[in-house]
Design a protein around this ligand. Structure first.
Ligand SMILES: [Zn+2]
Ligand SMILES: [Zn+2]
Ligand SMILES: [Zn+2]
Length: 137
């Protein structure tokens, strides 16, 4: 693997959440230029060392996010309130995909799924403020 590809992969691995291409470019400022980062992301995805998905959110609009899949293919949750990603861990869709393959005679090689909504922390805060309003005279 080239130095640039290794640098991009380690930036993805070091991050606790998926990164947009522009954030990877930011993290590798002075190491690789933007075109090199984009090419490296494409290579890593083809080599199945990274995965990407396109997510819409009110704060960031439509963005493609990349995560390392070197250790395991996984899924993410995006909070529409605090805009953090929550790692949902290893994929649990194996059974569903096997059923679809069997029922429809397909062979599935890739899939993308992200969930979005309100994270546990934001849900707890929403509950607190709801109680505070109720408690007020
Ligand atoms: Zn949240
Ligand atoms: Zn967001
Ligand atoms: Zn999956």
């Amino acid at each position: 693997m080239t130095r640039a590809r290794a640098a991009v992969l380690s930036a993805l691995e070091a991050s606790a959440e998926p990164l947009s291409a522009s954030r990877v470019v930011g993290k590798l400022e002075g190491v690789c230029d933007q075109a090199t980062v984009y090419r490296a992301l494409h290579y890593l995805e083809e080599a199945r060392l990274a995965e990407s998905f396109v997510l819409y959110c009110s704060q960031h609009g439509v963005e493609r996010y990349y995560a390392s899949s070197k250790a395991a293919h996984r899924h993410w949750f995006h909070c529409e309130s605090c805009h953090r990603f929550v790692d949902l861990g290893a994929c649990r869709l194996g059974g569903l995909i096997a059923d679809v393959e069997k029922e429809m005679g397909l062979r599935v090689s890739r899939h993308t799924l992200y969930l979005s909504g309100i994270c546990a922390d934001c849900a707890a805060h929403a509950d607190c403020s709801a109680h505070a309003v109720k408690a007020a005279p």
